[in-house]
Ligand binder design. Structure first.
Ligand SMILES: Cc1ncc(COP(=O)(O)O)c(C=O)c1O
Length: 472
């Protein structure tokens, strides 16, 4: 009988397709009525930190340099109070093959695919991950398909995503380019089913475990360079794998708590699924359009349970504006002679603001950079934004309205990381997870405490307010 490949039929077969294509039976980890055993899922990858390091070393990934940004630090000290202005360091992740930390994720996904005997890998991503998977697949002799959402309804491509398509093709991948809309997931499932390739999702335990080496290296590099642990690590946040993997790697390397700050570009008011807004964003990742929904509901990705769970690890969550990041991208180039891409510099913009209030003997680590060039370059993005009617000027970035204006700071002291209320985010997370439940079980309660990185009392209060009964 011929297989039914209609939209509805393919989506109905979703669980089977996932199980076959990723080699994980996610139902094994389900506990209670809402929870699941996250740590067991991570452990079951079967790769410990030492093994991951070894795999990465052999495949052009990791061991990136941690660089001190002395001129950026000097700039901050000019606007800071006396004895304030922490030393700023940056982990130069652009030096991974394929130009970003995403190589760490792709390396373990491709290694796993090869180990399980798959002929190829598929990833649905418009970002650096596509290039990373394509590059690693090339090393492993695997076929590679990357599915992107890159055009608006008029067929105009976002320059940054088009550049990623170029990179994927250069590494030998086949790129399927779609416009904004719901067909991405359907195309992804259909291709997994038709080809029998491995699902190299960003959100599997393999991918996130691959980022743990970044956290471990960062601790070791910082100790070697300064004799102390970082007083703060700033992480550009979107789907949350960057933060989760880095934090887990830090926790595996030191017993001392290292504060983790998530940073995203503020794209408030722009809608991710809107055709109109698609090309009015000058950032394709590292922004709140991904950061907020994925932090409050991580299981919205392309696997049943996401291994990226940033709310478990973030101590603070701050936003910066598009103009601030473009300004800092230019400053990094001019002051430090390091030309790097936009998403990686989101955390650098936040760090500039945070370093100002820290003591001058303290150390702040920006945990990544990414490559730049062509459509990824900030000048290309600014021209593209202008051609879409976005106003670009110098002024106070506080006045920026995403989609309408990009305001480059007229003075460095106007760069301000703005704190989001993590407790509000915790309540949203609990609300999302208990949706459709009037009672949850004992294991669910413990799961919510871990999931929100909150106290039992905090979770009790939230459940009471939501009218949900629980056991402890
Ligand atoms: C260079 C860079 N930095 C940060 C991020 C955000 O990572 P995550 O989605 O894991 O939060 C991305 C993801 O697209 C990226 O490509």
């Amino acid at each position: 009988m011929k297989r039914d490949d209609s939209y509805a039929a393919v989506l109905r077969r979703k669980n089977e397709i996932m199980k076959t294509s990723v080699g994980i039976d996610y139902s094994r980890y389900e506990t209670g009525s809402i929870g699941f055993d996250y740590e067991r899922m991570m452990e079951d990858t079967g790769y410990d930190l030492a093994r991951i390091r070894d795999i990465q070393k052999k495949h052009g990934v990791g061991s990136t340099p941690l660089k001190e940004l002395s001129n950026m630090t000097a700039l901050v000290r000019r606007i800071a109070a006396q004895k304030k202005g922490a030393r700023i360091f940056i982990k130069d992740e652009a030096q991974n093959d394929s130009g970003s930390f995403k190589a760490r994720r792709a390396s373990i996904a491709c290694h796993r695919a090869k180990e399980l005997g798959f002929a190829g890998v598929i990833a649905a991503t418009s970002g650096n991950y596509g290039a990373a998977v394509a590059s690693q697949a090339a090393k492993y002799g695997l076929k590679c398909i990357v599915i992107q959402e890159c055009y608006d309804g008029r067929g105009v491509g976002q320059p940054e995503i088009i550049e990623k398509a170029r990179a994927c093709e250069a590494y030998g991948a086949e790129v399927v380019q779609l416009s904004v809309g719901p067909e991405l997931f359907y195309t992804f499932l259909s291709l997994l089913e038709t080809t029998g390739y491995f699902n190299a999702s960003l959100y599997t335990p393999f991918g996130v475990a691959g980022v743990e080496t970044l956290g471990a290296e960062l601790v070791e590099d910082c100790l070697a360079a300064t004799g102390r642990l970082p007083d703060c690590v700033v992480v550009t946040n979107a789907g949350g794998g960057n933060l989760t993997g880095t934090a887990r790697g830090i926790l595996k390397t030191t017993k001392t708590h290292v504060p983790i700050v998530a940073a995203s570009v503020n794209l408030k008011g722009l809608h991710m699924a809107s055709d109109h807004d698609f090309n009015r964003k000058s950032f394709t990742t590292g922004h709140t359009g991904f950061g907020m929904p994925f932090m409050t509901n991580p299981d919205r990705s392309d696997v049943p349970r996401s291994a990226a769970r940033p709310l478990r690890y973030a101590d603070r969550y701050v936003t910066v504006n598009q103009g601030e990041v473009f300004f800092v991208t230019e400053a990094l180039t001019i002051l430090e002679g390091i030309e790097r891409g936009p998403a990686g510099n989101v955390s650098l913009a936040a760090a500039l603001s945070l370093a100002r209030t820290m003591d001058e003997d303290q150390v702040i680590v920006v945990q990544e950079t990414e490559y730049t060039g062509a459509g990824k370059h900030h000048q290309a993005q600014l021209s593209f934004a202008r051609s879409h009617g976005v106003e670009i000027r110098f002024g106070n970035p506080e006045e920026e309205i995403p989609g309408k204006s990009i305001i480059l700071p007229e003075r460095v002291d106007l760069i301000r990381a703005v704190d989001l209320d993590l407790d509000k985010i915790r309540v949203s997370s609990i609300k999302n997870q208990v949706k459709d439940h009037t009672r949850i079980e004992r294991s669910d309660f413990a799961y919510l405490v871990a999931e929100t990185n909150a106290t039992a009392d905090f979770v009790r209060r939230a459940l009471t307010d939501l009218g949900v009964a629980w056991e402890e």
